[in-house]
Design a protein around this ligand. Structure first.
Ligand code: NDP
Length: 522
């Protein structure tokens, strides 16, 4: 594939996908990198496939298997676009973001279906993922008119003091597959509204979702070179982005070990890095809780997106006196969940992302039972009619887990819930906090005092009361404490801090030299 004008390319790909959706014969679509407003094959000419995890016979498209040469071209394009983009008034940049949000909304159903096909989450959840993209586009569009600094009195007379935000330069955006539209939008919208240009590397399991977003960004009016997408592996594309001396800030969501590697490489260049990493999120259920509500919240948090959410509940911390009843009810609910393609409206739980993930989850179930946990339900890869070509795993509950067991400490990233029984609130809070992660937590209780203690005590970036561990809203800061990240936050006003430098400005209109800290001491 050579260079193709974006509009013509979009039309061709859209027609091919529509034919495939309609069940007609279609050749497999082929996507290149999006660099400087054009689609280009990888310089090496290599490609890779993206397949449907619910039925791996279904090839979605082929994509450019890029390397450092393609990253360098994308960085050049981002550099070329930067002066005009940062000079554009921020409200004008915001207008393009409104147009993009509007396009996402118009295409919500098509994008949601494409997402379910590419990474497996059920359609209702895929719609929620696209909606997060819409919400952040509109929020950040508004930030174009709210990039507030501070104007303060100077300590000296006839002198003006203020601070303004400035873009950092080129933002490297590296994203995982589990929220393939929301997370790229959560990163790119604040980067762009603050006047940075972007080099975006999506996960190799979800390049199609990424290509669809970039097409719509182009249609919305982002000028050529402001948004550049390079597909390919973490090693061949991600690492060159992190190592590039011209990429000034990197925002990464993914695995803790990958995040640690990225941070140490970036540190050599004193580069700013925002990390959103793993979680080991707990729900506490006290004896006074509304158990019906708790069961709903736990099932949704533990088994939604087949447990592949950074905020998924993977530990249930339950007060002894209600533990048997709660585990029994959860096991019955888990057993009744229907597995299958997320495009089927009867499906409750879709597949895991790939065979490696399924093997990892199975391995952890073995580790848990070897450590002494009892299998209350599930525990096996799921086969049978309609599931034989996908990466399905049974919703699983391990009971009798101890707080320091590996299944209570390590991120499994699948539909596995570890149940830890405790005597009282103090023990529950200790268990919640006994982990290296700190993303999300929740407590079910009818006692207001206990709820407020939990809000104070739990060492997580997000705390829910009488709700599951998932459901963050885009206008509040999102992120975790401890090894879930490195102190940055996404979404809300907080996201602007990742992508901006503060500049303090003093204007002296006294007409004479006034020395700070000296001339005001007389
Ligand atoms: P990975 O860390 O494997 O991958 C994330 C991204 O980084 C992918 O684009 C990947 O590319 C790329 N990458 C991999 N290695 C490198 C490298 N050495 N240098 C630069 N880039 C690299 O994570 P997963 O995709 O497996 O995502 C799941 C993880 O993400 C879970 O641990 C989960 O907790 C976490 N997560 C955290 C969230 C949060 O906000 N805290 C939200 C969502 C997920 P490629 O795909 O080509 O390998």
């Amino acid at each position: 594939m050579g260079r193709t004008p974006a509009r013509e390319y979009n039309r061709r790909v859209t027609q091919t996908i529509q034919r495939a959706d309609e069940g007609g014969s279609a050749t497999t679509p082929s996507y290149g990198n999006f660099i400087g407003g054009e689609w280009r094959a990888a310089e090496s000419g290599r490609t890779f496939e993206s397949r449907n995890p619910a039925d791996t016979r279904d090839v979605i498209a082929t994509f450019a298997a890029s390397d450092a040469a393609d990253v360098a071209a994308a960085v050049r394009a981002a550099e070329d676009a930067l002066p005009a983009w940062r000079a554009m008034p921020a409200p004008k940049r915001g207008e393009i973001m409104y147009a993009f949000g509007h396009l996402l909304a118009q295409h919500k159903e098509r994008l949601s279906r494409a997402m379910t096909r590419e990474m497996g989450k059920v359609l209702a959840e895929a719609r929620g993922d696209v909606q997060e993209g819409i919400d952040i586009a509109y929020l950040m569009a508004g930030e174009g008119r709210r990039l507030f600094g501070e104007t303060t009195p100077s300590e000296l007379p006839n002198k003006w003091a203020m601070s303004v935000r400035e873009p950092i330069g080129i933002a490297g955006i590296i994203t995982p597959w589990n929220f393939p539209i929301a997370i790229p939008c959560w990163k790119m919208m604040p980067a762009l509204v603050t006047g940075n240009t972007v080099v975006f590397k999506p996960a190799s399991d979800t390049p199609h979702c990424a290509a669809l977003i970039v097409e719509l960004m182009h249609e919305a009016g982002f000028p050529p070179g402001t948004v550049n997408m390079v597909t390919g592996s973490g090693e061949e594309v991600g690492m060159p982005i992190v190592d590039s001396p011209d990429v000034n800030v990197v925002s990464f969501t993914g695995n803790t070990q990958t995040g640690r590697d990225i941070a140490s490489r970036a540190a050599k260049r004193l580069k700013r890095v925002s990390l959103e990493l793993g979680g080991k999120n707990a729900i506490v259920v006290m004896a006074d809780a509304d158990l019906d509500l708790a069961v709903d919240g736990i099932v949704w948090s533990a088994f939604g997106t087949a447990g592949q959410r950074c905020t998924a509940c993977s530990r249930l911390v339950v007060q002894d006196s209600v533990a048997d009843e709660l585990v029994g009810r959860l096991a019955a609910r888990a057993r009744a969940l229907r597995l299958g393609s997320g495009l089927d409206p009867h499906t409750d739980v879709g597949p895991l992302i790939n065979a490696g993930a399924r093997d990892k989850v199975g391995g952890y179930v073995g580790i848990g039972t070897d450590e002494g946990a009892r299998l209350a339900v599930g525990g096996e890869p799921a086969g049978g009619e309609g599931l034989e070509h996908g990466h399905f795993f049974e919703p699983t509950i391990l009971d009798g887990v101890r707080p320091m067991d590996r299944v209570a400490q390590e991120e499994i990233f699948g539909p596995v819930l570890s149940v830890i029984r405790v005597a009282d609130y103090d023990e529950a809070a200790t268990v919640v906090n006994t982990t290296r992660y700190g993303l999300s937590s929740s407590i079910f209780t009818r006692d207001t005092n206990t709820a407020f203690r939990a809000m104070r005590d739990f060492t997580t970036g997000i705390v829910y009361v009488n709700a599951g561990t998932i459901g963050a809203e885009t206008h509040l800061p999102f992120g975790g404490m401890k090894q879930t990240g490195n102190g940055h936050r996404e979404a809300g006003h907080a996201a602007l801090d990742t992508y901006t430098e503060w500049k303090s400005i003093y204007v002296d209109y006294s007409g004479r030299l006034q020395r700070a800290q000296i001339d005001n001491q007389a």
